[in-house]
Design a protein around this ligand. Structure first.
Ligand SMILES: *Cc1c(COP(=O)(O)O)cnc(C)c1O
Length: 226
């Protein structure tokens, strides 16, 4: 197995290259290390290599790892589906949520965000392909969700997130472009919208070309998941 620092450096080089090709500054792209199924030691090793942002999909798993890592200045992102009975813990133990797609969940996260912490950064997850099997709000329903979220003082709306259909590589570019255009429309009227969370191990270069500011990378950083 390759050293985490080697994989980290190799990935940074690919990001730099993709940014150069797109005429973008690599500082505009945040690398989120998706650490689902990886243990605290693997997260610590990747932090040592340079990673600061970590993404988790399963609350219980994250809560088991986080106590072993409190000495590190990590930024935790929740990127998985959110059940209502999990909102209190998510609001307390994460800096960001990327997978917000319902008004009811938004209200709960807002009400349960501890007063001692700054507002919770949120991205709204868009079901960009209108797949019935996938989570995310449809483009048609997005304005209603935006209206609710921007009225909640304990949430800071930062941008949009999407996971395009994995089985259609050519299609992802168009999906990323639609997401970027959607965000740019809101940016005319809403300050502080700076995040396009799109692109994973297999398609992050295309996502960067289409304007991603945060890419979510698991296997390319940690190796294959079991
Ligand atoms: C697992 C996961 C990723 C990372 O996927 P890789 O293909 O391993 O890079 C990114 N985003 C979300 C929402 C995920 O669940």
């Amino acid at each position: 197995m390759t050293e985490p620092s080697v994989r980290w450096t190799a990935l940074q080089q690919r990001i730099d290259q993709a940014c150069r090709a797109a005429g973008r500054d690599p500082d505009e792209v945040t690398l989120l290390a998706v650490s689902k199924t990886r243990d605290a030691a693997a997260i610590r090793a990747l932090h040592q290599a340079g990673a600061r942002h970590f993404g988790e999909n399963y609350l219980q798993e994250a809560l088991e790892k986080q106590p072993a890592l409190t000495d590190l200045p990590l930024v935790w992102h929740f990127i998985g589906p959110i059940q209502s009975n999990k909102t209190r813990e998510i609001a307390s133990h994460f800096h960001w949520v990327h997978s917000l797609d319902r008004v009811k969940i938004a209200r709960r996260l807002n009400d349960q965000r501890p007063a001692s912490l700054p507002p919770l950064n949120v991205c709204l997850q868009v079901n960009i392909d209108d797949e019935t099997s996938k989570s995310g709000v449809s483009l048609a329903e997005l304005p209603t969700l935006v209206e609710a979220v921007t009225a909640l003082p304990r949430l800071q709306w930062r941008g949009l997130m999407a996971i395009p259909r994995a089985d259609a590589p050519d299609h992802n570019r168009a999906a990323f472009r639609t997401l970027a255009m959607t965000l740019s429309q809101w940016r005319h009227t809403i300050p502080g919208l700076d995040t396009l969370s799109m692109g994973m191990s297999d398609d992050f270069e295309v996502a960067i070309a289409e304007g991603a500011t945060l890419i979510r990378i698991g296997t390319a950083l940690f190796g294959p998941r079991n």
